[in-house]
Write a new protein. Structure first.
Length: 322
């Protein structure tokens, strides 16, 4: 299927993203002097930008592809959450009422960027227990969302939303559904969640090594066969895509390795959100009927595009068609 025909099919999909909702805040400016108060640069602010982050950025990539998407995650009525809601509306992302609750501080990541270089990041968040959705998992609205979806993406940033109770509730709802939605996860191995039998897993290099039970240090050896076989044995995903940064992607399906595809990134300014782009494009292409190789090729192209942008930037249909 050619790219234009595939992208035209995307508007018929129904995607649900469940995970840790964040607001990404970028402070852009310049620093030409050192503070007299401490040996730190003084940043003269030129602009403030707010964009969807975390699970919301996964949704933003689906929205950029013209795919109707519902976001499920924990949020409250603090000023940051209201700002996030406005940002989501601007990007045509539907925020489910399932996750609305009291007391969960909106997660905000503030990046200070000077002359295209990130100077520092400031995080604002509560403890993981504040973000769990356990009390909402049996609500009729949540169950209906799952039953109507073509794919459910678990966007786990280890902030508390994605846990075993959530995974089990989704599996139970899927078992009663007339559809057979894809269950997709970008895993965080340190969470040690029950991720057995997912339709698609998309760990990065370090995560894949950890899931396989191997040394995951930056200079550790990566044996494609050994890593993939260990993950298939431990988790039994239907499909496996390991993102390897400059080394491309490793693909596997039904317990067997397909091989690697090379990266398409030519110039890298910022890798923020690249994994979110990969999981969105992979999911959409697979649901639309593409093979894993074809879906990964398109996701690889998308990742190469977004890392050439500064900051968290979603992929768009126009960029993929170019």
């Amino acid at each position: 299927m050619d790219t234009a025909s595939l992208l035209n099919k995307f508007s018929d999909l129904q995607i649900v993203v469940i995970g840790d909702i964040m607001l990404d805040h970028y402070i852009m400016g310049d620093a030409t002097r050192i503070s007299p108060e401490a040996p730190v640069p003084v940043v003269s602010v030129a602009s403030d930008t707010y964009v969807p982050g975390g699970a919301a950025n996964v949704c933003n990539n689906f929205a950029g592809l013209g795919i109707p998407t519902t976001l499920v995650g924990s949020y409250t009525d603090d000023p940051e959450s209201k700002l996030l809601s406005e940002v989501l509306q601007q990007h045509k992302i539907k925020l489910s009422q399932v996750g609305k609750r009291d007391g969960a501080t909106t997660i905000v990541k503030t990046r200070v960027v000077v002359q295209r270089q990130q100077l520092c990041r400031i995080d604002r968040e509560a403890k993981p227990l504040a973000y769990t959705l356990d009390a909402q998992l049996d609500s009729p609205h949540f169950i209906q969302l799952i039953e109507d979806a073509d794919a459910i993406v678990f966007s786990d940033y280890a902030k508390g939303v994605v846990n075993d109770a959530l995974l089990n509730a989704v599996r139970a709802a899927v078992a009663k559904s007339n559809k057979s939605p894809l269950l997709v996860v970008d895993p965080k191995p340190k969470r040690q969640l029950e991720l057995h039998g997912m339709s698609l897993m998309t760990p990065n290099r370090s995560e894949a090594l950890q899931m396989a039970g191997f040394d995951n240090s930056p200079d550790a050896e990566f044996d494609d066969e050994a890593v993939a076989n260990a993950i298939f044995k431990a988790y039994n995903p239907e499909r496996l895509v390991v993102t390897l940064g400059p080394d491309g992607m490793l693909l596997g399906e039904h317990g067997k390795i397909i091989g690697r595809i090379a990266t398409e990134a030519q110039e890298v300014f910022d890798v923020s959100g690249a994994g979110d782009t990969v999981i969105a494009v992979l999911t959409a292409a697979l649901v639309a009927g593409e093979s894993l190789q074809a879906a990964a090729s398109l996701a690889n192209k998308a990742a190469g595009i977004v890392v050439s942008h500064l900051g968290t930037a979603p992929i768009t249909k126009a960029e993929l068609e170019a």
